[in-house]
Design a protein around this ligand. Structure first.
Ligand code: 4AD
Ligand code: MG
Length: 436
């Protein structure tokens, strides 16, 4: 047993000049005669540990020359400032204790690997420096989401994952057998419950995993993803857009405050692209968006939905997200309120991120009339019985209300500058991926 303080690599500067114990894994090593250089990783960072023949026992010197990658070790030594080191410090080793000598054939050695292979090895790939930073940014964004709404007095109200209702259309539902009741669905969105909660507590948010049987194999689609959904009573579409832009600026600011250096050095992210995310965001109607697209040579017609290509063209005109509002009503889910000025369009909005990241937020104002909502549910061929409880909200104290959903993984991909959402969640689920 060592009595030395256990130091974590991301806080190693606190121990300059002192002797500490590091506990971690051997990430890489090289030798030059009397010196072995061990790259040691503990989950918070990587530090170079220098083993000098004269400083350690002959056994330790011999063993550290042959330890396989990923061996679990405790390293004791003195923290030394070193301006050439990426983290500014290195460890002068006095002793190494091997906790587990790794098998010799670590699949993710230090060479280039294809994405399919890396995805199969996701449980090991997470150990890489790159994935460490992505997961750290994800964590920061989750905390920023909570801090933002908590700081504004929103009540966190969790929505169920098993539901009897389709919220976002019936084509992407996952069905699960459910005892004597036949079947349930995995939730596509907590929105309907967030609406009920907003009528109970005024301003609320729900935040959790959501599920869609997406048959599209794109860089933006997962079958299991996390969504945060605020919902506010007595709020209209304009105020909903105000909330969305303020919220996104808060997240971007937090990411920059906490990760500017790692984003640049490890993910090669151009952070100047994040520094421009400031209010106000441009707001254009769907009608205007169609004209912009047609002027750019896109074959879109009024009434068509936007796909990734259209979103990219629209967003490329701006250095910050663009908000597109008032889509054709028939493109949108049953719960949208239609614009009293023009009933062909729904009071909905999408926030499109720059740089081709596409839609990160979808939301809008909800239909508050009981009669209209009943008609819509029927028109969408949804089973009225399943919405009994939802319709109650329109019978007792119905008010204009609005909210939105922000997709966590797309936001992480955008902040980190990643090509595909598969790297933004620890264990991604996609149409063709259920392991590890
Ligand atoms: O636009 P969507 O479908 O909106 C809703 O679900 C509303 N009920 C939200 C609300 O108003 N409370 O989805 C919202 C966001 C999208 O903008 C996108 O960021 C993300 O969820 N999203 C996905 N992310 C990854 N993979 C998928 N398959 C996604 N589908 C939606
Ligand atoms: Mg959407």
């Amino acid at each position: 047993m060592s009595t030395l303080p256990r130091a974590w690599i991301n806080e190693i500067g606190k121990y300059e000049g002192q002797e500490v114990e590091l506990r971690g894994w051997l990430d890489n090593r090289r030798s030059s005669g009397k010196l072995h250089f061990l790259q040691v990783r503990d989950g918070t960072g990587v530090i170079q540990c220098v083993v000098f023949k004269g400083d350690v026992s002959p056994e330790v010197f011999a063993e550290t020359n042959h330890l396989p990658q990923e061996s679990a070790i405790k390293v004791r030594g003195t923290v030394k400032k070193d301006d050439r080191a990426p983290i500014g410090y290195e460890l002068g080793v006095k002793d190494v204790e091997v906790v587990q000598k790794a098998a010799p054939d670590y699949p993710l050695g230090h060479k280039e690997h294809g994405v399919a292979f890396l995805m199969d090895q996701r449980h090991l790939w997470l150990r890489s420096n790159r994935q460490r930073v992505v997961m750290a940014v994800r964590h920061t964004i989750v905390k920023a989401i909570r801090d933002y709404f908590d700081g504004k007095g929103f009540r966190l109200v969790d929505s169920p994952i098993f539901t009897p209702n389709a919220c976002e259309g019936t084509s992407t539902l996952f069905e699960v057998p459910y005892f004597d009741m036949g079947k349930a669905y995995l939730t596509q969105s907590g929105q309907l419950y967030a609406e009920a909660s907003a009528m109970a507590y005024g301003k609320v948010y729900t935040f959790g995993p959501t599920f869609r049987a997406e048959k599209s194999k794109t860089r933006r689609h997962l079958t299991e993803f996390w969504m945060v959904e605020p919902e506010v009573a007595f709020m209209d579409l304009e105020e909903d857009m105000d909330l969305a832009e303020d919220f996104i600026c808060f997240i971007a600011q937090r990411v920059l405050e906490n990760h500017a250096k790692e984003l640049q050095t490890i993910l090669e992210r151009d952070i100047a692209k994040l520094e421009t995310i400031k209010k106000p965001f441009p707001r254009i109607t769907y009608d205007e968006a169609v004209k912009v697209l047609q002027a750019a040579g896109n074959p879109i017609q009024w009434g068509d939905d936007f796909g990734g290509d259209e979103e990219t063209i629209l967003a490329s005109a701006y250095d910050r997200p663009v908000m597109v509002h008032r889509y054709p009503a028939e493109l949108k889910a049953f719960y949208f309120k239609h614009d009293p000025q023009n009933p062909r369009v729904a009071l909905g909005m999408d926030v499109l991120a720059p740089e081709g990241y596409g839609e990160i937020i979808g939301g809008g104002q909800r239909e508050e009339s009981y009669e209209t909502l009943v008609e819509r549910i029927k028109a969408h061929k949804l089973p009225l019985e399943a919405f009994d409880w939802y319709l109650d909200l329109r019978k007792w104290g119905s008010v204009p209300h609005a909210g939105f959903g922000l997709g966590l993984e797309r936001t992480v991909a955008w902040m980190c500058g990643l090509h595909h959402v598969r790297e933004t969640i620890p264990y991604p689920r996609m149409m063709e991926r259920l392991t590890p």
